[in-house]
Each structure stands twice: as C-alpha cells, then as structure tokens.
Ligand binder design. Sequence first.
Ligand code: NBP
Length: 480
Amino acid sequence: GTAQIGVTGLAVMGRNLARNFARNGYTVALHNRTASRTHDLVEQFGSEGSFVATETAEEFVAALERPRRLIIMVKAGDPTDAVIDEFAPLLEPGDVIIDGGNAHYADTRRREAKLREQGIHFVGTGISGGEEGALNGPSIMPGGSDESYESLGPMLEKISAKAADGSPCCTHIGGDGAGHFVKMVHNGIEYADMQLIAEAYDLLRHAAGYEPAKIAEIFRGWNTGRLDSYLIEITAEVLAHVDAATGKPFVDVVLDQAEQKGTGRWTVQIALDLGVPVSGIAEAVFARSLSGHADLRAVGAGLTGPSPADVGPLDAADAERFAAQVEQALYASKVVSYTQGFHQMQAAGAEYGWALDLGAIAGIWRGGCIIRAAFLDRITAAYAKDAALPSLLADEQFAAEIGAAQDAWRAVVSTAARLGVPVPGFSTALAYYDALRAPRLPAALTQGQRDFFGAHTYRRVDREGSFHTLWSRDRSEERS
Ligand code: NBP
C-alpha cells in the first residue's frame, strides 16, 4: 500500500480529518461501513489531495503502507469495539490503530492492553474542536506507547492547530488511556468555564440591569484582557444575536434547560473515584442537570426569597463598578476550576503511571479546542518554572492575582446571595479557596462524629497513631 494514513468512519469528524490529512500532503486511505459515504467524499473533495477509496476491510488494510496507521472515527462505545474486532485480525505487529472518537479512558485502557498482546499499538486520541477543528486543525491528545508516537506524532502535529507562537497543538500525552483522560478533563473544564461565564452574564443582566447587547459589549472588552478566549468571544456573539422571528434578544427566546453529552459527568464521576475535589466542574454539571428539572423549578417558583427585581437595577456608575468586580470574580473562579482540573490530571498520572507534562497539556489547548485562551500560556509558564508544582495556586503569580481579585470576588458572591441570584460556580470556587486557606477545618468535628457513631477512629494533632473514644462508656480514650 501507499497510503500513509487511513481513516475508517467517514461521518463529519472522520471526513474532515481525512481531508485535513490530504490537504497536508498525505495519501489517505478511506473506508466506511456504508460505502456511499466513501464515494461521496471522493466525489466532493477528491481534488483536495490524494485519496484511496476502499470498500472492504481487506482493501483498506492493503492500501496502507507499513507499519500501517489507521484512524477509527466511529461512534464511541460498541461500534468502536466492532471496528477493532474487524480490523485487528488483518493487522501485523507494529501496526498502529488510532481511536479518535470520544472514548471513555477505561475502555481505551482495556483495548490497548488487549491489542498490545498482539503487538499492535493502540493509540486512544482525544480530538477537540468539533468538525471545524477536524478540518482546519484540532487540538490533538494522543495516548499510547512512546514508540507509536515516533511514527505517528509528526503527522498528527502537522494537521493539528497551531498556537499563536506557531507550535503544534499536539503532544504525546502518556501511555494507554492518558490521551482520552486528558480530553475528558478538557471537556470538564469547558463545562466549568461555560458555567462561570453564564453566571457572570446572569449577574450583569439581573444585578447590574444590563441588556444582552450591552453585556455583549462588556464581554468584547473582557476579551481584550486576561479573559481573552474563544468562549468569551462566542458568548459575545450569542448575546448580541437578535431572534429574527420576534426581534427579541436570542438568549431570551431559547429554553433555559441545558443539555449534556456526558464527558462532564465522566470527569466528575472519576474525580470522585480518585478523591479529587473538582467542585467547579461538578457544580457546572449539576447546574445543567438542575436547569432541566422543570418539575422542581415549578416547585421553586412558589418559594419565597429576594429577587433582583425587588431591588431594581444599579445606577450607571455602580453598575460599571459592579461589572468590573464580576470580571475579577470570573477570573478568580476560572483559575480555581483550572487548578482543580489540573489536580485531577496530576492524580490520574500518579494512579495510572502516566508521566503527564501538565505545562505541555496547557500548551496544546491554546489552539483548535473550545477552551483555547491566552490564559493557558500562564499555566504553561507556571509549570515551566516548577514542573512539580503541587497546585496551580502554589504559583506566585496566580496566587497574587487571586489575592488581588478576592475583595471583588467576595463582594460579587455576597451580592448574588443578597439578591437571590444563583452563582454555584463562583461560590464553590471561593469556598475551595477559603477551605485551602483555613488554618483549621471543621473536618475535626466530622471525625469526632464518625468516631461517635461508628468507632471509625481519629488521629490527634499532638500524638502519632489512631484513637477511639469510648463514647457510650466512660469517654476515656484508647489507642486503636
Ligand atoms: P458519529 O459519532 O455520528 O458516528 C457515525 C460513524 O460511525 C459513521 O461512519 C458510521 O458508519 C459509523 N458506525 C456506527 Br454509528 N456503528 C458502526 C459499526 N458498528 N461499525 C462500523 N461503523 C459504525 O460520527 P461523528 O460525529 O463524525 O463522530 C465520530 C467520533 O468522533 C465519535 O466518537 C465522536 O464522539 C467523536 N467526536 C466528535 C466530535 C464532534 O464535534 N462531532 C468532536 C470530537 C470527537 P455508517 O456511515 O455506516 O453509519
């Protein structure tokens, strides 16, 4: 065969990825369960580069140069296993299967282990950026063996997005499921970012009393500063949009029930298993879930409490001051949610033996993906200064920035509480920050309660060992 790469699964993502490879000068073998998709691609886009259309699995494998590299871009889950089972028997040791779908990292670990027995490299690869990114340059997060990256890496780097400094948004993440794990956390952080932006909007709308068009302007202003990011940019676009049918702001005609596909939920589920507090991501997932419970919200409509309408909008000067405070609260909360997401990756690296380069991971999110942002350079810089940074909040610059933002952050959270505007993201981030700062936590009391009802024991601040108090007897203490 002559094709340097093959793509099987030619729906939107696979088709665009195949075109991206071809536009970058690679010969691309094409395959899809339903052959018409393959022929459609060649008919419509054949002139963009060199394609080899194939119909059967045997033809597809035969079209590939050795070692063979084939990308699976089918629906995640059972279809991925079905395709692996179809192709694996046709492959030889040294060949590389890349799964570019949104697989759960545990599935990737299982598939990698199984194919490794056959000498086949299985590279679970996170790909972010949707169909646009797949065509013009996504952020790419490949896991799998070091050896597989040697032959595959340069091709993936070539088709990836490029950051402002020209570096590719692709790096070898780590062994087996590391790529899909990191892609999952990326999505979790995306949920948190979106929730924080939504809360900022809600406060500007209801506490400051601004209209969506004005808020769009404010976001455009923020987008020239430290919050410069794709999500802030598109938020301004959405807020400025007017519904053609009604002439109302678009955001006012959309049903306020957010949906989700599940990667945010995975991030939180796994964080619970790893024992990592990712409260910002969790609140974002819960906020979407709560929004969808129309029944509960109907109950809530009858509950008493303050509302911004009782207070009325702020006067112009106060509204402007408040908007500046919201920017600070948003930035500080964002730093906290990235801190939590990076903690989760660090913990997973230790759990699964992945040597994750957290600075490089921030680096490849600078282009192509949904959370691309100027801010990521700062994270890369923090890890460049100290690769073993225990937390992003241990970085002097982040700590100083949050320190400077905190008065405004506290003012915003208390204003929200006073007016009855829900800000789960802002307030959980602040609670995390304050919990880390606290010289003593009430966890001591929790331990006492656990010992009381379940003899779960506790440790003391002044002596080594585990202790139990004989609560139902004379309340003397024994070593356990
Ligand atoms: P879909 O997720 O809609 O999957 C459609 C493709 O899967 C078609 O090629 C279909 O073949 C194939 N397929 C199915 Br379904 N069952 C199969 C089976 N049993 N055997 C062989 N092929 C099977 O496509 P997509 O939206 O392009 O996404 C592809 C992957 O990329 C997914 O894992 C997705 O989660 C991931 N992803 C998507 C995005 C995005 O923005 N859409 C972003 C990043 C990653 P057919 O044509 O014969 O039905």
